[in-house]
Design a protein around this ligand. Sequence first.
Ligand code: ADP
Ligand code: ZN
Length: 723
Amino acid sequence: MYADVLVELKAKGIDQTFTYKIPDEFISKVKCGIRVLVPFGKQKLEGFVLQIHQNKPEFDCKDIISLIDEEVILNDELISLGKYMSKKTLCNLILCYQSMLPKALKAKNETHIKKQYKTYVKLNLSYEDAIRKIKNEKQKQIIETLKNTKIEKKELLKISASAVQTLCKNNILTEEKEEIYRKKWDKLSLEKPNPLTEEQNKVFKEIKNHLNTFYPFLLYGVTGSGKTEVYMHLIEEVKKEKKCALILVPEISLTPQLTHMFQKRFGEDIAILHSKLSDGERYDEWRRIARGEVSIVIGARSAVFAPLKNIGIIIIDEEHSSTYKQENNPKYHTIDIAIKRSKYHKCPLVLGSATPSIENYTRAKLDIFHLLEMKTRVNKNLPKVTLVDMKEEIKEGYSLFSRQLTQKIEEKLNKNEQVILLLNRRGYTTVVTCKNCGFTQKCPHCDIPLTYHKASNTMRCHYCGYGTFKINVCPECHFRNINEFGLGTQKLEEEVEKKFKARVLRMDADTTTLKDAYEKMIQSFKNHEYDILIGTQMIAKGLNFPLVTLVGVLNIDTSLQIPDFRSSERTYQLLSQVAGRAGRFSLHGEVIFQGFNIDHYSVKYASMHDYEGFYQEEIKIRKMLQYPPYTELILLKMISKDENILKEESQKIKKYLERKKQGKILGPTPSNLYKLNDRYHYQIMIKIKNKKDLYSSLIFLKDKYKDNKKFTLEIDVSPLKVS
Ligand code: ADP
Ligand code: ZN
């Protein structure tokens, strides 16, 4: 018998299985989807068995050294899922499998994460025989304790370590190991489901009617419309049919409330996969799932590969979130994988969002996804949003806090209520903005902000390569101090403390690195240990505090300045998330957006909670400039330490693609991050009606450069971040 084994090799070009002989002693145990240790040249490597067969190879093949797993790691579905992903993302198969698995189960020799065990002790003889053999009181006590039961060794040692030792040595007692899981569960008392509102019920029934077929839904439900409750009702239905549910959320460690809600409803029938788990915990959760010990899995992106066997529904909450796209190889999109799995399991897929991605909302309009809507909040009220124009404020000498915001903050502090101040993600310092009016220099062809290239003192579009001189005087307001600006959360914290008499808490990537920091901070803010919470968009997700009556966004502009054609969409999403979160409890929740571009349609529609209005504006621009969904994008990133090689090869790639006459080729142009770790970056963007037309050319290019040590080509099919 022979096995085809896939190993990970350092050389990036080799991506194939190698055939090994299965020694007789392993024949009964070897299975497809387990890991084995094999000789490869002078090394010993771990690899996955992908096929077992009788075809004796023509050459002398070597023996498998040992089997690593008893239980299958890649079941048949996952094996074919990996092949699908490899094709779709143009990524090596081995990397696809590795990325599907927790660290403990990757085929890498350095894995040291092991199962954990508890040691029990029990009687090796009958109670009567044991009692006859004992020598002293301590031993008797131990035998009595073990009558009819087994006890953890740790406990028994407390009676007398030497007695236990003697009894074991004399074979009166015997030890037994039992596998345990690392994660400790909080015990939460179970809660009954809420009866659904009429709107929720309609959606619930529609999905329920399709429970045993592949059917993709887009659930557009405003924030607070109770999507989670609908999900939980659906999961109950799925459980009734003895099937499993897979729920994906963007960043589960930022949404502890959601996990709690599920735990309160479903108890311990849940596995949770998120980035803050230790490798050991993750390994254990994976095994609980693979063994069929849980029927619900909640997790972030990579949980889409959870080894559930009988899936009855897949739910992707906040489907628009960019975290669903993996940035490294394999550059897969979670929704593509989820569609594939839903088809395999013949179950519905529910994509939920209050701000659907433009592409998926378009698909829903075309009935590729079935559109479901929930337009009212369970508590019927959306907060009022006030827009403040900072151009006017600056004229009057107010820069960081507008007069309206200052006044509102003071008002709330006086009433002993809480305030959240959101500082939009720091802008690109390479984007040049007028400090006076917020003007940003844009590409006339691509409508994205130009980025500043210091070396040549020029402004460049990194989509199409358009270049122009940096301006020193603002063409809009003739202000002379046009420059990059960016304000950090730390600086803001100082300013707030100077200006207001308040207890201030800052939350951003720097202050929440520790394992439970995020949850602790949220809790202490909830307990009113602080008056003002300052943070980046990270906190937009956790805005669920009864005492918060004011949310201020200090600089709505920065996300508009990101040189990406999706920046309006991202701005709309962020702002409406903020606007929709405030006033979840109290009736008088207020929101202030301040900035320079308050007339921008994404800001205007977000303040009015009008997604449809935003969509109609945005889709016009997408059409005019032929961005997705009107085209598909493919981003080629070219990287080299040698600028000349980089330019030459990039040109060759462009010429090759142009000869193929497929799609519109933009670039090559320096990437936004041109020099990184001593390596230079160029990029080419391709706009094409149907990306499938280009696959053979892309495979050709990938093959051509796969062994090139001086030049790397990276391909991102349907990139989400185009900057
Ligand atoms: P979404 O995810 O759509 O933003 P949530 O699921 O968080 O909304 O629901 C908003 C709030 O309404 C939550 O506090 C939730 O407990 C409550 N809720 C949802 N559905 C119901 C219902 N049918 N009856 C009572 N309360 C509900
Ligand atoms: Zn351009």
